[in-house]
Design a protein around this ligand. Structure first.
Ligand code: UDP
Ligand code: MG
Length: 319
């Protein structure tokens, strides 16, 4: 039986220009931590870890002031805005070996912090990863909801593994954290990787609230970048697709050539030169597509290799 009051929780909060919410968020998170410590659910050494993702407002100054009065507030400042995913990775890198488990949550606390004790329960019951699943999408525009659904569909069709209605509100145990950090690729899409880590996982549902203050820090451009990053870092299917299009169009061009030759010799209606031009267009375009697809096959091997993703993840060993 694990002694819960020995296990250190780190609450990881990426912040980008969050001056409107940071003080309130900090108060709520600290209260939660005090409550959990008091109920002996986590170690008194548990803490909040802010990652300032190159904010241009007073966010960092505020975090520094908050730290003076409370040692349970720690933070990291990035030199410029690197984006949400990189801010999370920066934080996770720092937290490796400095906590037993970590829960990441947005600075605007749109996710319900009252489900955090439930997440911790599931972790103690043996789950290495606990996904926060939103029951609703309050505060999100229809456009954001629609593009979100479309993205998930495409991601799945391409062979990706994504948890519906889960963003980056999740608990990672020490082992899962170590495993995730083995993915050293530059364009990282954490949501697409965590479900592939293995381990026992579980879900906790929560009601998403509206952003209390400030505006979304996910501009349209950032959202598209994330989607593009997610899809292009995942799959070599589009490259393989080229080869198949080329292959099928070669087949079609074979049948087509039968018709063209028939039309040329047995009907009088065709314009001179048509048959040879149309056949070369079909045949050579198909050949080119196939050749591109073939290059794509080799490119996809390079693509997968340069990412140096782990080939396996160890859960435990006995010597
Ligand atoms: N964020 C970040 N860097 C960015 C954009 C956002 O660290 O470049 C953080 C932001 O401060 C927040 C979280 O990512 O903690 C999610 O952002 P937001 O709540 O604005 O996104 P939304 O809920 O509108 O999707
Ligand atoms: Mg938000």
């Amino acid at each position: 039986m694990v002694d819960k009051s020995n296990l250190i929780l780190a609450l990881l909060v990426p912040c980008y220009n969050e001056e409107e919410v940071i003080i309130d968020t900090n108060e709520r998170l600290l209260n939660l931590i005090y409550k959990l410590i008091k109920s002996k659910i986590i170690s008194p050494k548990s803490y909040i870890y802010y990652v300032d993702d190159g904010s241009s407002d007073t966010t960092w100054g505020t975090i520094k002031k908050l730290h003076i009065n409370e040692k349970r507030i720690k933070a990291l400042k990035l030199s410029k805005n690197f984006g949400h995913q990189n801010a999370l990775i920066a934080g996770l890198n720092q937290l490796e070996n400095k906590c037993d488990f970590v829960i990441s949550i947005d600075a605007d606390l749109q996710q319900d912090i009252n489900v955090i004790p439930m997440m911790i329960d599931k972790y103690y019951a043996g789950s290495e990863i606990v996904f926060g699943i939103r029951k609703n999408r309050s505060g999100d525009t229809i456009f954001k909801k629609a593009t979100g659904v479309l993205f998930n569909k495409i991601f799945k069709i391409l062979g990706g593994n994504i948890i519906e209605d889960h963003a980056d509100f999740r608990l990672l145990g020490g082992k899962a954290l170590k495993a995730l950090l083995q993915y050293t690729e530059t364009d990282i899409f954490i949501r697409g990787i965590v479900p592939n880590l293995g381990f026992k996982t579980s879900k906790v549902k929560f009601e998403q609230s509206r952003r209390r203050l400030g505006k979304t820090k996910y501009s349209l451009m950032k959202m598209f970048n994330l989607a593009y990053k997610g899809i292009s870092s995942l799959s070599t299917t589009p490259l393989r697709f080229l080869f198949f299009i080329g292959f099928f169009s070669t087949l079609i061009s074979l049948f087509w050539s039968i018709y063209v030759i028939y039309a040329k010799y047995y009907t009088l209606k065709i314009v001179p030169g048509w048959a040879s031009i149309i056949l070369s267009i079909w045949f050579f375009s198909s050949l080119q597509l196939m050749a591109l697809g073939l290059i794509g096959e080799y490119l996809s091997k390079v693509f997968l290799d340069v990412k140096k993703r782990p080939r396996y993840i160890v859960e435990s060993s006995i010597d």
